[in-house]
Design a protein around this ligand. Sequence first.
Ligand code: SF4
Length: 267
Amino acid sequence: MATTRARSHAPWSASKISTALRCSRLFHYRYVEKLPEPEVMPEARIGKAVHAALEGALGGAALPAAIEQGRKLLTDPLEQARFDHLSRGIPPFLDRIEAFRRRRRVARELVEFSLAVREDFSTTQFYAGDAFYRGIFDSAFLYDEGTLAVIDHKTGYRSPNLSITDQLEGYAVLAAAGFRSVRRVWLGIHWVADAEVDWVRPIPTQEIQQDLVPRVLANIEAAALAISDGPRSNPGVWCERCNYRTVCPTGIEFRFEPVDPDEPGIE
Ligand code: SF4
């Protein structure tokens, strides 16, 4: 059973957990005060545009139309140029998906599919009051009687060590709860810029129930504990990409710290 502390901040998601563990001030701005973001980082806008293009193409739209639809979300020429560069990774990915469809018996394809579970990890509606943990699959394929492949698109630089494991484990937990007929889950990260997909080994649903569900619950409890004593800044390199850096006292200090001319390396 979850603690009252964890329950009071539900529904949780992988990104909500990681925000709480990274910086409780950011968590409070975003999830407690629900403060509108004073700025949005270009990477986030570009990522959203690429996701929209992929969503359209995987949903059956013609590729040029899907890419154009994503591009329309951007107005800055530099961001459009970055989008153009990234979107070159979309056709090779679609080719791989097409080859996969030919090799496998795909029973169902899901795009931007939302799932939510209650505290006892039974499924509920995404926006239901009893939703405790939830997430959205970028794309997923149910195939070969009992296998589910969940793919998450990433537009940032490729991480060599799959440090987003917590997010993937959350998807596995949601997949096992949402698809009772599934016997194993493949989790993949699609690095759009590299046109590559990194796969985590397939996880049997029994292992998800035994190991991952308790781990996700433990992460939620750790996140709830981390934010329990109010907003505290945790400055780091991530502040440079924080959408609240212009209102956060630490972010302002971090960015406008006066330069000491006597500091080694400063001329
Ligand atoms: S600027 Fe840094 S310290 Fe401030 S809220 Fe953002 S991440 Fe936290």
